[in-house]
Design a protein around this ligand. Structure first.
Ligand code: SAM
Ligand code: DTB
Ligand code: SF4
Length: 318
């Protein structure tokens, strides 16, 4: 086992596989020890999501209800107006969120989109919220522009292992994702990079996905682990449900390999028992999306989440 507190980005597949293979109690014990050395286990960071540009996306990500290639009943909309975005951000802040994440169903933003999104970032930041956006692929000048607008985090997921990736997305390469992540990192913006489990990948793909995050030149500051939301009309609609213990193991291995990163128990909580969510927190997850909607799909509402946190003696991170 690695010395605790040490950040390593030379994780091998064998090491990560061995973590996944540990007896559950040993894996949880190890994850909790690392978690407690780096964080207060009672605290959970709260982010709120808003889809600022919904649907009509040219990409073919098999999980996504916003792709124009499938009919998941999501209506394509234009980029939201600044005022409406700021109103949502104010409500998120009042609801206890510390970060406001704005998502757009784009392959990449155009110049005029960039100006509008930068105004949104400036407005949200002025309210005292941390800002995060996810807009697809970015060039170096675009990352610089976002940085000057005051962007704190950029979300761009690798989604799965390099080997399984081609089964899920054909319109954008793994390397293009890595290039965007490098541009974001070089601009001095915090990186939020995670993936999805439960898409029909095997244990070895979950190993490969964690290795991909943990061997980036620097660990992402934020690592969202999404459980596939099986949306009718997408190719993954009938995917078999993943065993919750496999999801919890993925969280624990993310925590152990990236000790200082905030690991987000991201999409999929609507279909998860409170007990599974509690085990995810014990495994080292310390962030959630709060609010009744993710981008287009339902999420437990604020009241249910606050009741769960209360039962567990957990509190929102300032
Ligand atoms: N269009 C941009 C992009 O993909 O880079 C940003 C928005 S995209 C919706 C953000 C992330 O949401 C995806 O990378 C994926 O990991 C996650 N996501 C989308 N649909 C999902 C689903 N049905 N279940 C779980 N996660 C999902
Ligand atoms: C991430 O990893 N998960 C969030 C956020 N980054 C943008 C999105 C989840 C979307 C779930 C499907 C939907 O609501 O459309
Ligand atoms: Fe488009 Fe992002 Fe959905 Fe892929 S995940 S189809 S890029 S909105």
């Amino acid at each position: 086992m690695p010395a605790s507190g040490t950040l390593r980005n030379d994780w091998s597949r064998e090491e990560v596989r061995a973590l996944f293979d540990l007896p559950f109690a040993d894996l949880m014990f190890h994850a909790q020890r690392i978690h407690r050395e780096n964080f207060d286990p009672r605290e959970v960071q709260i982010s709120t999501l808003l889809s600022i540009k919904t649907g009509g996306c040219p990409e073919d990500c098999a999980y996504c209800p916003q792709s124009a290639k499938f009919d998941a009943g999501v209506k394509a909309e234009k980029l939201m107006a600044l005022d409406a975005v700021l109103e949502e951000a104010r409500a998120a802040k009042a609801g206890g969120a510390s970060r406001f994440c704005m998502g757009a169903a784009w392959r990449e933003p155009k110049a005029r989109d960039m100006e509008k999104v930068c105004a949104m970032i400036e407005g949200v930041k002025a309210m005292g919220l941390e800002t995060c956006v996810t807009l697809g692929m970015l060039t170096e000048p675009q990352t610089a522009q976002l940085k000057s607008a005051g962007l704190d985090y950029y979300n761009h997921n690798l989604d799965t292992s390099p080997e399984f990736y081609g089964e899920i997305i054909t319109t954008r390469t793994y390397q293009e994702r890595l290039d965007t992540l490098e541009n974001v990192r070089n601009a001095g913006i915090n990186v939020c990079c995670g993936g999805i489990v439960g898409m029909g990948e095997g244990r070895e793909d979950r190993v490969g996905m964690i290795v991909a995050f943990a061997t980036l030149p620097a660990h992402p500051e934020s690592v969202p682990i999404n459980l596939l939301v099986r949306v009718a009309g997408t190719p993954l609609e009938h995917q078999a449900a993943l065993d919750p213990f496999e999801f919890i193991r993925t969280i624990a291995v993310a925590r152990i390999t990236m000790p200082a990163s905030v690991v987000r128990l991201s999409a999929g909580r609507e279909d998860m028992s409170e007990e599974t969510q509690a085990l995810c927190f014990l495994a080292g997850a310390n962030s959630i999306f709060c609010g009744p909607k993710l981008l287009t799909t339902p999420n437990p509402g604020r009241d249910r989440d606050m009741a769960l946190l209360e039962k567990l003696g957990m509190t929102p991170m300032a």
